[in-house]
Write a protein that binds this ligand. Structure first.
Ligand code: ZN
Length: 411
């Protein structure tokens, strides 16, 4: 037959041999029913000299919060820590245990549970409530983790990806990822050119020389940073952004054309509600089965909608065909075709023309983007994850807390 000590220890999963449980009861405190376990923490020997020759000089009463499955009935361990005076070295000490840190009343098990909950997409308030600790405790557990992604300035990955995301106080933070392993290299508070030059300037020249490609969006000064800091790196304009810019240009042209028609006209309706179809790849459109749509009161396939829609305007038709040709060329990594498309003379609308001019100015980098196997697609996904972390917390006011939470969540 097990003793009460063994039963409680088994129940609470406590293995410290110096702790002896001898009582358990319920107690109301501030309207909450607590489960209280009473235990004695013995000091087996003097921690300074290891002597067993000591006098017991009393006990220190502490209340340790412990993990529980039922948050409505919190568990508290009333732990009496033995005080001793060593006869050999004449020094005083209080017994300590792995259960709880010195000068702390939150058990280490609770802290571990809080930390594991912090890796999930949950608010700190909900974690605090479930573990019967305060929000400040959850913040302290988070703060005990490091927010640094990369220690030292001797190494940089060969393939980097640059981007930015909106964070604390709606400012844009700079993010740099390893394009191979998709791990974070660094997140910086601001994305100013001087800050980035200073940061990458700290790395050893060997580390900077090792960088082979840097993929980015069409942010003009990122390219200056790459030229200044990474002499051997190729600039790669990300395919994701190339397509995104073209699609945006086509979309705004579609809206312009649409507004030329009466709202009740068939053309207006064909250009308005099925707007997503115009941005899809042509081969992915449904070509066989017509579906009745009450907007334009007709039974059409997706292909028929798009063909009839773009036929409204010559510029729109050219723009649509240009986007489709880009899709095909990017899929086939066909640089010759892309180069030909960049110098296309067809009228394609103002915005699309500007986009093409921008691509022409960065032609080498755009062509690198077409041939390169690296793309920033995953970085955009990563940014989405960061956005989710911020939304769950209703925003962060402390940049370091945000960084730590991101680091804890992605590892
Ligand atoms: Zn001693």
């Amino acid at each position: 037959m097990s003793s009460i000590n063994d039963c409680i220890k088994f129940d609470l999963d406590i293995k410290d041999k110096n702790i002896f449980f001898y009582d358990n009861f319920y107690k109301f405190f501030n309207g909450v029913q607590y489960k209280v376990y009473e235990a004695l923490l013995k000091q087996p020997a003097c921690p300074f000299c290891g002597s067993l020759n000591f006098i017991k000089t009393g006990r220190l009463k502490t209340h340790v919060r412990y993990i529980t499955a039922d948050a409505s009935r919190p568990i508290v361990i009333r732990l009496f820590k033995q005080r001793i005076l060593c006869r050999d070295c004449q020094r005083r000490s209080i017994a300590q245990s792995d259960l709880v840190d010195k000068h702390c009343c939150i058990s280490n098990a609770s802290k571990r549970k809080v930390l594991s909950a912090l890796t999930e997409d949950r608010s700190m308030t909900s974690i605090a409530r479930e573990n019967n600790v305060s929000v400040n405790t959850v913040q302290r557990v988070l703060a005990s983790c490091s927010h640094r992604f990369l220690d030292g300035y001797d190494y940089l990955p060969e393939y980097l990806a640059f981007d930015e995301f909106k964070g604390v106080d709606r400012t844009l933070h700079f993010i740099c990822l390893d394009a191979d392993s998709h791990t974070v290299v660094q997140i910086l508070r601001t994305r100013y050119k001087s800050v980035l030059l200073k940061y990458f300037g700290k790395f050893s020249s060997q580390a900077r020389m090792a960088v082979k490609t840097v993929s980015m969006d069409l942010n003009f000064y990122y390219q200056d940073i790459v030229r200044a800091c990474f002499p051997n790196a190729r600039i790669v304009i990300d395919r994701f952004h190339i397509v995104q810019m073209l699609a945006r240009s086509l979309n705004s042209l579609r809206v312009q054309v649409m507004k030329q028609y009466e709202k009740s006209s068939r053309e207006y309706k064909l250009l308005k509600s099925p707007w997503k179809l115009y941005l899809k790849k042509f081969r992915d459109l449904e070509k066989l089965h017509p579906v009745y749509n009450w907007h334009y009161k007709d039974c059409l396939t997706q292909e028929q909608i798009v063909m009839e829609g773009i036929a409204c305007n010559e510029e729109l038709e050219n723009s649509y065909n240009l986007l489709q040709d880009f899709f095909e060329a990017i899929d086939n990594h066909d640089t010759a075709k892309v180069e030909e498309l960049l110098y296309s003379k067809l009228p394609v609308g103002n915005l699309m023309h500007k986009t093409l001019l921008t691509f022409r100015r960065n032609k080498a980098a755009v062509l690198n983007g077409i041939t390169s196997t690296y793309s920033n697609g995953y970085l955009e996904g990563f940014n989405r994850k960061i956005k989710q972390i911020e939304r769950t917390a209703y925003g962060y006011s402390n940049f370091i807390s945000l960084l730590t939470r991101i680091r804890v969540s992605v590892i």
